[in-house]
Write a protein that binds this ligand. Structure first.
Ligand SMILES: [Zn+2]
Length: 410
């Protein structure tokens, strides 16, 4: 009940509780920790310790996928309990891992060097900057005695296959009571279209991968007409995919298809009788697994090949671990709260955009059906050398998130 709240603590507005200098020093500390996907232990310890030192009661959450990847890791989770069990619950989600360190850096890829308002390092923008925004926003929310809960999830394995860290949150019920999620991926850099920050990314396409096996008939290479060449038929399938038209969605744009890998035939004097083909397929709502499998079968039958063709989707830890598309309603209360806070704190109405590829947000937005919004500090060169994040945006996003969360959960 509001009359029993600690008035002096609440008298400070949520965004005024953000210490930008503290955020930047945490950013540098985290950028200096090497944490490519599946090697996040040191990073998880640092995030845990930071929360623990502030009395925010973090817990490790075990992530395990023994069948395909053999990965065992730990998310870090913390919860601020609200005063009203009927009030909404907000999830703040950020990944602790980065891509593997890429070649081409002309300095230490983990320098955390700051120059001209940019902090450099692999993962600085994707997404240690955003993770720091969420951590300091979470700290700012801790004393506010809000009605709703805030669940902070610092996850592993986002850049690896299947987004295992966030997927484990779903498997273990940590998303069950969540009514809205903020994922602090860098907005403009990953958006389909040019945007200015602050930007709210309200949806994303999904993605699947076809694994296609083409089986022909071997013969001596001197007489190719006597066999059925699986490599040639796989090439015909790849070309047909390349020319395929995909469905279009009003805001997510069109689905897309990209042949990725073709492999077969290694005998110097034989018509190859086996070839495999991998094809990436980005999908929009309505393009379910059944639909895309049916499309591929139709495309292959149309070609009337002599080879036989098996079409499957890539093996996943579980059927619902696929990345499905989603769109969050612009009128949802959390979207409105973020838009209002952005406008109030920056003077500009935030841009709204959509992302074209896949990530943890698909698990939250599609599978868990949580209204999911990405907002994060921007930068450039993500997944490349020279990656940086704008330092002033780390604090700016934290202020917006803290302010909007407090308004939505008050
Ligand atoms: Zn990311």
């Amino acid at each position: 009940m509001s009359e029993h709240r600690d008035e002096p603590a609440n008298a400070i507005a949520p965004h005024e509780r953000i210490d930008a200098a503290e955020a930047i020093s945490l950013l540098q500390e985290l950028v200096r920790i090497r944490s490519p996907f599946f090697e996040e232990d040191e990073m998880a310890n640092a995030v845990y310790d930071w929360l623990d030192e502030r009395g925010l009661e973090p817990e490790y959450h075990a992530v395990s996928e023994p069948e395909i990847t053999g990965f065992e890791g730990r998310n870090v989770v913390a919860r601020i309990e609200g005063t009203d069990p009927d009030a909404p619950t907000l999830m703040l989600n950020g990944h602790m891992d980065t891509v593997q360190l890429v070649d081409g850096w002309d300095e230490d890829p983990l320098s955390g060097r700051i120059e001209d308002g940019k902090c450099y390092g692999q993962g600085a923008c994707d997404m240690k900057g955003g993770l720091v925004s969420l951590l300091v926003a979470f700290e700012a929310l801790a004393d506010l005695q809000l009605r709703g809960d805030v669940v902070l999830t610092a996850v592993v394995g986002e850049e690896g296959p299947y987004g295992l860290g966030t997927y484990q949150l779903l498997c273990d019920g940590l998303t069950d009571d969540v009514d809205g999620a903020i994922v602090a991926e860098p907005g403009p850099t990953i958006a389909q279209q040019e945007l200015e920050n602050p930007a709210l990314i309200l949806g994303s396409r999904g993605g699947v991968r076809y694994e296609i096996t083409v089986i022909g008939d071997a013969a001596h290479a001197a007489h190719p007409e006597r066999g059925t060449n699986a490599v040639v038929d796989a090439a015909r399938i790849a070309t047909a995919f390349d020319e395929m038209q995909c469905a279009t969605h009003p805001v997510l744009g069109s689905g897309s298809v990209c042949p990725l890998e073709i492999r077969g035939g290694d005998d110097p004097l034989s018509v190859p009788d086996r070839c495999s083909l991998a094809v990436n397929r980005h999908v929009v709502p309505g393009e379910t697994e059944a639909v895309v499998l049916e499309q591929a079968s139709a495309l292959v039958s149309e070609l009337d090949l002599d080879s036989s063709v098996e079409i499957e989707l890539r093996d996943v830890p579980s059927e619902d671990a696929r990345f499905g598309p989603y769109v969050t309603n612009e009128e949802h209360g959390l979207v409105r709260a973020l838009a209002d806070s952005s406008e109030r704190l920056t003077g500009a109405e935030p841009a709204v955009g959509y992302f074209s590829s896949i990530g943890d947000f698909n698990h939250l937005g599609h599978t868990a059906k949580i209204p999911t919004i990405m907002i994060g500090p921007d930068g450039d060169n993500v997944h490349r050398s020279g990656e940086y994040v704008y330092t002033d945006e780390v604090g700016a996003v934290a202020r917006i998130v803290a302010d909007a969360a407090a308004a939505w959960l008050k």
